[in-house]
Write a protein that binds this ligand. Structure first.
Ligand SMILES: *[C@@H]1O[C@H](CO)[C@@H](O)[C@H](O)[C@H]1NC(C)=O
Length: 398
């Protein structure tokens, strides 16, 4: 009768009443009390399962937390108590076999992957391709982002979150790269349960509510870290974040003590996007180009030391003064270089291609010429980068 895919489900329903009703002490009593003939507990298969459960192997706590939160969302507080205190009823009782049954059942309505959690895709080939093909004029970003993110996500048990701070003028690709990361690391991209994007002026607009925002932000970070073993938090307009909010981000970015066995996701990436010191990057690049360097010869050594020191010195800015920067909680400052005419052309070409429209070389030139180039004298860098190129194309077509 109870065969095939329904069997695990049925077993699961049987086991559902267990939470709260059971403690390790009383477990054996419960098994005996429920042996009436009509009781499901008397089913022979259950007796076998009982044996298997007793022989339970170590349970993946993280997986269990994830699972139980999906199934019993209201039960979270109890979960935390159970996790914080003695191992609780679940650890001795629930074994690998039980977990397998749960997994089968869970996967019958949520898609599962051989890798475990389908929501996380970590497609580094895709990320590399996107960075090399879709991003223009940012050779430093290409190298740095791929190697640090990949290195971090391939570390078995990182003791720290990875924090990258993207700097550069608007339109140079900071948001674009953040989206590439979301799309290649998570199946659902920015809409994933494991990805959260905050825009300072939209999510935290009123300084007078900063205490409320702090609580919310703390809660959201903790909650997401418990739901996903790999999380991505993006803070756009980071230069506009209130200092109080930046303080909240200190603890999640700090190094974890090895014995600290929090049930939180071990892999957490924080991205901070800002135009802070974008002018300085442009000055350095302009000077190097004028000195005869080619753009591709510019290295991190030219830019990064400037960037970090200067950000700390930005006295009027919360970000520079937060402990994130002061205490070196940011792992890398990633400079986005100002874009030149030829890069804007490439952005225009991509926009045509993505809309499956035909274009000519002349059209690309016309679009690139619509942008304003600075500084006045050299007219070298597009002041808006590649921003709103696709809108310009629509304008051009109409
Ligand atoms: C990774 O991304 C590339 C390029 O977007 C795509 O062709 C490939 O199918 C992806 N691989 C997986 C395993 O999703």
């Amino acid at each position: 009768m109870l065969r095939g895919p329904w069997r695990p489900l049925w077993l699961f329903v049987l086991l559902l009443p267990l939470p709260g009703a059971l403690e390790p002490r009383s477990a054996s009593r419960l098994w005996e009390e429920t042996d009436e003939p009509r009781s499901p507990w008397a089913w022979p298969g259950f007796q076998r399962l009982k044996e298997q459960l007793r022989a339970a192997a170590a349970l993946s706590k993280r997986y269990w937390t994830l699972f139980s939160r999906q199934v019993w969302p209201d039960d979270c507080d109890e979960d935390e108590e159970a996790a914080a205190g003695s191992p609780g009823w679940r650890l001795p009782l629930l074994g690998q076999r039980y977990l397998d049954l749960l997994t089968t059942w869970y996967c019958s309505f949520r898609d599962c992957c051989p890798s475990g959690d389908c929501r996380i895709s970590n497609n580094f080939t895709g990320l590399e391709w996107d960075l090399n093909v879709r991003l223009h004029g940012q050779h430093l970003v290409q190298q740095l982002v791929l190697s640090t993110v990949r290195g971090y996500l391939e570390t078995p048990q990182p003791d720290k979150a990875l924090a990258l701070s993207f700097h550069g003028w608007s339109g140079t690709g900071k948001n674009f790269v953040a989206r590439m990361l979301a799309e290649n690391l998570y199946r659902d991209g920015l809409r994933s349960d494991c990805v959260r994007m905050f825009i300072a002026t939209i999510h935290f607009p009123h300084p007078k509510y900063v205490d409320l925002y702090k609580e919310q932000l703390k809660g959201q970070i903790r909650e997401m870290q418990q739901l996903c073993y790999q999380t991505l938090f993006i803070f756009d307009e980071a230069e506009k974040l209130h200092p109080g909010l930046l303080e909240v981000l200190g603890p999640p970015l700090e190094r974890r003590a090895p014995e600290d066995d929090r049930a939180e996701s071990p892999w957490t990436i924080f991205l901070f996007l800002s135009n802070l010191r974008g002018d300085r990057i442009n000055e350095v690049v302009l000077k190097l180009l004028k000195d005869g360097w080619s753009r591709e010869e510019i290295t991190m050594e030219h830019l990064e030391p400037h960037l970090q020191a200067e950000i700390v010195e930005t006295i009027d800015n919360g970000f520079g003064h937060s402990r994130l920067v002061r205490e070196n909680l940011i792992d890398y400052f990633v400079p986005f270089l100002p874009l030149e005419y030829r890069h804007v052309r490439l952005c225009a070409r991509d926009a045509f291609l993505s809309q499956e429209l035909l274009y000519t070389e002349e059209t690309l030139d016309e679009i690139a010429q619509m942008m304003v180039y600075v500084p006045k004298e050299e007219q070298l860098f597009s002041s808006q980068g590649c921003k709103s190129i696709s809108q310009r194309i629509n304008y051009f077509l109409s």
